[in-house]
Design a protein around this ligand. Structure first.
Ligand SMILES: O=P(O)(O)OC[C@@H](O)[C@@H](O)c1c[nH]c2ccccc12
Length: 274
């Protein structure tokens, strides 16, 4: 029996679960699992839900499109993007109208770290998303301890463990961006009770981008009666491309094209101009 104050039990992904993840993504999750192999799995006491991330994406009105701007210094598809100072980048994004900031904390392929997240939490009042390859409950505990308002949960990585990790995030007071890339993953996210679903246009096993993925899966989520927040993710470089998800998505998540622009505030404003 689990009472309201008992912690949900979430296990680190086991080698069998990790082995199911193909391609580039498979390599990264193996590395992350090794990084956290010795970490404690306990979540600790429950924390109150702030819903800060979710609320930021819903405001100011239901038809507006919110920007989640990402502090991204490097990626497997592009290599080095820009040697961003995380705090300065986040301030520029805030000035440019971002509703929330995403910060990569994966060190080997995205040049992210804990310090980047802490610096951003300190620099801006906006809610911050910890963007990492969550394969261990300690990664969620850390996200809460570091002051993140939300964490990314990838259905392509967690599979049937998604519901447990979602409960763990909520136990810690975190919102969760539950990421999907195809119909099956969307069904898993919906069944898990996700409140915020991100549709990644990038297939992380091949790194191929197809901007038609977000509109397709967002429509399907609505057809299924999903009333939560839908986020279109990855590959957006122009206001014209963003136009295609207006009226569909509640938010867009953009990293590379902003991070590599030189003037982050201006790039954010121009990208979101309708
Ligand atoms: O840089 P882009 O193409 O604008 O994409 C941003 C974001 O969607 C992308 O970084 C991302 C989406 N899901 C992820 C999961 C892990 C790492 C990174 C990601």
């Amino acid at each position: 029996m689990t009472g309201p104050l008992s912690s949900p039990t979430v296990r680190p992904l086991d080698p069998q679960q990790l082995a199911r993840v193909p391609g580039v993504l498979g390599r990264i999750v193996h590395e992350r699992a090794a990084d956290y192999a010795a970490a404690r799995p306990e979540l600790g006491p429950p924390r109150p839900a702030s819903r800060r991330f979710e609320n930021a994406l819903r405001a100011p009105d239901a038809s507006a499109l919110a920007l989640i701007a990402e502090v991204k210094r490097a990626s497997p598809s592009q290599g080095a993007i820009a040697p961003l100072d995380p705090a300065a980048a986040a301030r520029a994004y805030a000035q440019g109208g971002a509703a929330a900031i995403s910060v990569l904390t994966e060190p080997r392929h995205f040049d992210g770290d804990r310090e980047a997240l802490l610096a951003v939490v300190d620099a801006v009042g906006l809610p911050v998303l910890r963007k990492d390859f969550v394969v261990h409950p300690a990664m969620l505990r850390e996200a809460a301890e570091w002051g993140a308002a939300a964490a990314l949960l990838m259905v392509s990585v967690l599979g049937e463990a998604t519901a447990g990790y979602l409960a763990a995030a909520h136990h810690l007071g975190l919102d969760a961006l539950v990421e999907v890339h195809d119909e099956h993953e969307l069904d898993v996210a919906l069944a898990a009770g996700a409140r915020i679903i991100g549709v990644n246009n990038r297939d992380l096993t091949t790194l191929h981008i197809d901007l038609a993925v977000s509109p397709r899966l967002i429509r399907r989520a609505r057809e299924r009666g999903f009333a939560g927040v839908l986020v279109a993710e990855s590959g957006y470089r122009s206001a014209g491309e963003i136009q295609a998800v207006r009226g569909l998505a509640g938010a867009v998540l953009v990293g590379s094209s902003l991070a590599g622009s030189g003037d982050l505030a201006r790039a954010a404003r121009e990208l979101m101009a309708s």
